[in-house]
Design a protein around this ligand. Structure first.
Ligand code: ZN
Ligand code: ZN
Ligand code: ZN
Length: 259
């Protein structure tokens, strides 16, 4: 058995695009860094204090510590700044998601959601924005970093995502936003915590199908999210999911229908 190769039914869908499969394999490589004491920024052996990221990468305490907006790993000097104070690491740069990739990922997520019993989710439009454009659009509503948004204006459903994400990160964001569309289309009106927690459960579901180190880290981040809306919401919905599964969660969500 090839340990570098994740095994999952989901990969049969994702693998049709070679780029996406490379992304999955690539994400298994950083594990090797756990065995070394080499700094991921300067490449030298670490002497003295250092920091360690969620992937086990270490960095001398004297270097700037920028986290990649897409995978949350430490950035080295090959990272680029994509907006004020926002960085993209070199590996996420080489695996950034094109519009075509994103549409493929959507297809795959919809297929998976159909299998979990969520039914059809379609009739929405996808648009990719720069970090700056997203900031302008979301700032009146949300402060902080926004990577994706779902909107319904009474006649049209839209999903907007930033265009700099790697495939795994993009799959997680799209999985979240698509479940907002699911709620809009079924006229559900859950409390905000439950609404966002349910969408994050979708990210969890997709990350756990992808089975990469990158996806594992994203699941840990969902579980540890300190936000009283997203983090608490996710933990509430996830606890219920662990007992009742998708069927139970869907039934619960459908109870929030607005008359
Ligand atoms: Zn160093
Ligand atoms: Zn990255
Ligand atoms: Zn949301």
């Amino acid at each position: 058995m090839d340990i570098e190769k994740p095994t999952s039914v989901f990969n049969n869908i994702i693998d049709r695009s070679k780029g996406l499969f490379d992304d999955i394999k690539r994400n298994y490589v950083p594990r090797k860094l756990l065995q070394t004491d080499t700094c991921c920024y300067c490449g030298k052996k670490i002497i003295g204090p250092y920091f360690i990221d969620l992937y086990g990468q270490k960095i001398c305490s004297s270097h700037p510590r920028h986290l990649c907006i897409s995978c949350c790993s430490f950035c080295n000097e090959k990272a680029i700044m994509i907006a004020e104070g926002k960085y993209l690491c070199s590996s996420c740069q080489s695996y950034h998601t094109t519009l075509k990739d994103a549409k493929h990922i959507i297809k795959m997520i919809r297929e998976h959601y159909r299998q979990t019993g969520l039914g059809e989710i379609d009739r929405f439009h996808l648009e990719m924005l720069s970090v700056e454009e997203m900031k302008q659009l979301s700032q009146p509503i949300i402060s902080g970093d926004v990577l994706g948004l779902a909107m319904y204006n009474g006649s049209r459903y839209d999903i907007r995502v930033i265009r700099n994400l790697s495939h795994t990160a993009m799959a997680g964001i799209l999985a979240h936003e698509i479940l907002h569309i699911w709620q809009y289309q079924r006229k559900l009106n859950a409390p905000q915590r439950i609404c966002e927690g349910f969408c994050d459960l979708g990210s969890y579901e997709i990350y756990s199908q992808i089975k990469t180190k990158h996806a594992e880290v994203k699941i840990d981040l969902l579980q540890q999210d300190p936000s009283p809306i997203y983090g608490d919401g996710y933990r509430i919905v996830k606890r219920y999911f662990d007992k009742a599964g998708w069927q139970g969660v869907i039934k619960k969500m459908e109870g929030y229908v607005s008359l």
